[in-house]
Design a protein. Structure first.
Length: 385
């Protein structure tokens, strides 16, 4: 019988990619508990991702990549997270941002081409570090305290970035910085150097293996052509669907664990497994409602974003809704799985308690719930105007 995770596979090409990622997810699941316990970065997982060609999956074909669609990205990210949420979320920032750069064209083309060639040839990766303690989430509009000061041939950047996912493995990254002499904020591509320090600050309840440490810049150099001042085309932020895909993958793993537990666990006061108990069946049914509704919305949004390029700038409320529903429903699914399994689910010998912790991080990834609700309200109030 077809698994729920396979329901949105549409053709043989997608099936082949799913099988390839499934093999990685199985491998990552075997390593996940140790990395979670130690809070260590899974370098071996990223070596496997590079070997499998996943790092250049969203790179344009003209530069040697697969140029996968958003729908494909959502499907593969969900499957990776089924194996290990931390690895999926971390690599999602890389492949998602490459998709964003591909569609928005916000980077100068020579700079983007150089990055893509390095990804394909050497397994280079990228992420943007914008969060700071004083400003909070960059989506709320705070001006960065990191500064960029002009120097010969470029810029010197000084400041501290928090939530810097992938920082242990990156040799380059983008940072947002305030340019005092121009009274404006721009982004700068910075390469790792002795002026860049990674402080091991990431010690959290969940998503412990994403390597989201603090990055400290002490006069780090960015070349003149590494300043990214343009906004590019508005693509609606569709690439951010890699986030809800990740949390639904975790919820799917929790759901499957609870189903297997319900099928096989039989306390001595019952004639059969707890799956025969009406109250347990009710909980399982509610889990399906939450999970299937969220997945339907997520895949519909991704498919529409792929097809309706002209409407992408107006899809922010719909995309935000997909994230809101996915993360909140994923929380409910994992919580119900914990109730079905009972006290055994608290054991660190089982993966369910890690799913329970990891899925909670979704509330703190963009876009935040209150911003989504404001966007939906504004969209509704603006109808017909």
């Amino acid at each position: 019988m077809e698994r729920l995770i396979d329901r949105y596979i549409r053709n043989d090409a997608e099936r082949e990619r799913a099988d390839r990622i499934e093999a990685l997810a199985v491998r990552f699941a075997e390593r996940a508990a140790a990395h979670d316990r130690e809070g260590s970065f899974p370098f071996e997982n990223f070596a496997d991702l590079r070997e499998a060609g996943y790092l250049h999956s969203t790179v344009p074909k003209v530069y040697g990549g697969e140029e996968l669609s958003l729908y494909d990205l959502v499907s593969l990210q969900e499957r990776l997270a089924y194996g290990d949420g931390s690895t999926a979320l971390a690599v999602g920032w890389h492949v998602g941002q490459i998709l964003h750069l591909r569609t928005s064209r916000k980077w100068p083309e020579p700079l983007f081409e150089r990055l893509c060639r390095d990804i394909v040839a050497d397994g280079a990766m990228i992420n943007t570090f914008a969060s700071e303690t004083a400003t909070g989430s960059p989506t709320r509009g705070g001006r960065p305290e990191t500064t960029a000061v002009r120097t010969e041939g470029g810029w010197l950047l000084t400041g501290r970035k928090t939530f810097s996912t992938l920082s242990p493995i990156l040799d380059r990254f983008v940072v947002s910085a305030y340019v005092p002499e121009e009274d404006r904020t721009d982004e700068f591509l910075v390469y790792r150097s002795d002026r860049v320090t990674i402080e091991q600050t990431w010690d959290t309840i969940g998503m412990r293996a994403t390597g989201s440490h603090d990055v400290v810049l002490d006069g780090a150099f960015a070349a003149e052509d590494a300043r990214i001042a343009g906004k590019g085309e508005d693509d609606g932020g569709g690439w951010l669907l890699h986030i809800p895909a990740c949390y639904l993958g975790i919820a799917l793993a929790a759901r499957d664990f609870a189903l297997e537990y319900a099928r096989t666990y039989r306390p001595n006061y019952l004639a059969g497994p707890i799956a025969d108990v009406p109250a347990v069946q009710q909980s399982l049914g509610l889990m399906e409602v939450e999970l299937r509704t969220a997945r339907s919305l997520l895949y519909a949004a991704a498919d529409r974003w792929d097809r309706d390029k002209e409407k992408r700038p107006f899809m922010k409320p719909e995309l935000g809704l997909a994230k809101y529903v996915a993360t909140n429903h994923a929380l409910k699914v994992v919580d119900m799985a914990m109730r079905i399994v009972g006290g055994a689910g608290l054991s660190r010998a089982l993966p369910l308690e890690r799913f329970y912790r990891d899925v909670r991080a979704g509330l703190h990834n963009p876009p935040m719930d209150n911003l989504v609700l404001q966007s939906l309200a504004s969209d509704a109030l603006g109808e017909g105007r």
